[in-house]
Design a protein around this ligand. Structure first.
Ligand SMILES: [Zn+2]
Length: 393
């Protein structure tokens, strides 16, 4: 019995052993399977998750490198990340600092804005034939413009044209101090018969070039060349459209008809057949998209007031012009940029449509404008810094 019991015990042990081995083997096998599945699932999951984060900085560089390159780059990166989780963490950490650079308060404020036409604006080069001809024509037509003003090569043909095929010319002026602290778009002669707006802008550009500037400027001195060069000059473009009533603002189709009825179907104020129909306005919209201005200044005449659309406190005075809000119109730039895109718009209504203000007045206006811009950009920077520290905390 002892032997038997021993043997039985032994045989019992020996009998249990194979099934225990099987159980252990089965358990190990299933654990290996589970582990394999987990690894595979984790691998796939982290792979997918990392893709959008990798794409974020690539999208930021799209203007330079193009979308295709971004996609090609992201796929080898993703594979490397998937094989090593510490690499992935490092990649995510290195990607993160680029995201807060996207400003939340003012879209695009911190973006470099150095793409597009900048390379065309090298002021040491002679002007192209197109620019030289445009400039000679302007000097003949507009008081306050000398053809020498645009012979430095700082102006560039955007390649876009008016209804009658006249070039739409632009000048880029980079900041000479505090570079990148803000972008200002300055436009004139949206109404072709407001010649004084062009002369004033040329004087300001000369001041900027002489004194330097803390902001990056993009200047379109003649938004409506067909109206300006028409004999006599016209408010509307060559299609008979008031460009400052034609931009694609919310509810344009109905509101612009109501507006036109209110003004007695006056031809000078025809808003066009459809919103944003005019090539000059399509170009303006593209310029705004590309340059991402923080502020737009639009020069008009002859109401002798300062108008403003935006949330930041308005400028009260510019030279002898006082703030007097004119309200928003369907299709106007103030409506389009301020309400649709959150970009404040200062509309300067000079008091004479032909003669620009005196030199002293132009200078004082520019001093007042820069005072407001300084206050505005300081506030933007503070709000932006506040957002960043709130995110960090
Ligand atoms: Zn006007």
């Amino acid at each position: 019995m002892a032997n038997g019991s021993f043997k039985k015990q032994g045989s019992a042990q020996g009998g249990l052993n194979p099934s225990a081995r099987l159980l252990v083997a089965g358990w190990i096998g299933s654990m290996v399977l589970v582990a394999l599945l987990t690894v595979m699932l984790t691998y796939d999951f982290s792979d997918d998750e990392s893709a959008p984060e990798r794409n974020a900085p690539a999208a930021g560089q799209m203007a330079d490198s193009g979308q295709d390159q971004g996609v090609v780059e992201s796929s080898p990166d993703t594979q490397i990340e998937g094989s090593d989780s510490s690499d992935q963490t490092a990649a995510n950490e290195s990607a993160e600092p680029e995201e807060p650079a996207e400003p939340q308060f003012m879209p695009g404020l911190e973006l470099a804005g150095r793409t597009g036409i900048v390379q065309l604006a090298a002021s040491s080069l002679p002007p192209s034939d197109v620019v030289a001809e445009w400039c000679r024509g302007l000097a003949e037509r507009v008081n306050g413009v000398a053809s020498s003003d645009c012979m430095s090569g700082a102006f560039a043909d955007s390649g876009h044209k008016s209804v009658n095929g006249r070039p739409l010319i632009v000048r880029q002026i980079d900041a000479t101090s505090r570079p990148g602290s803000g972008r200002v778009m300055l436009i004139a002669a949206t109404h072709g018969d407001e010649l004084s707006s062009v002369g004033t802008v040329f004087s300001w550009m000369n001041m900027i070039a002489e004194e330097g500037t803390g902001y990056e400027w993009r200047v379109a001195p003649v938004m409506n060349p067909d109206g300006l060069f028409h004999e006599p000059p016209t408010r509307v473009n060559a299609n008979g459209v008031d460009l400052n009533r034609n931009l694609p603002t919310a509810g344009w189709a109905k509101e612009s008809r109501d507006y036109w009825r209110r003004v007695g179907f006056e031809k000078r104020r025809f808003p066009g057949e459809s919103a944003g129909s005019e090539p000059e306005n399509r170009w303006l919209s593209e310029q705004i998209e590309e340059f991402q201005p923080n502020v737009i200044i639009s020069m008009h005449a002859p109401y002798g007031v300062l108008d403003y659309d935006g949330d930041f406190p308005a400028p009260q005075k510019m030279g002898s012009l006082n703030l007097h809000r004119l309200g928003v119109y369907p299709g106007s730039l103030g409506n389009f940029a301020s309400r649709m895109k959150g970009i404040p718009v200062i509309t300067v209504e000079l008091d004479d449509a032909d003669e620009p203000p005196s030199d002293d007045e132009i200078k004082q206006m520019f001093t007042d404008l820069n005072g407001w811009l300084d206050r505005y950009f300081r506030s933007v920077r503070q709000a932006s810094a506040g957002n960043t520290s709130a995110d960090a905390g």
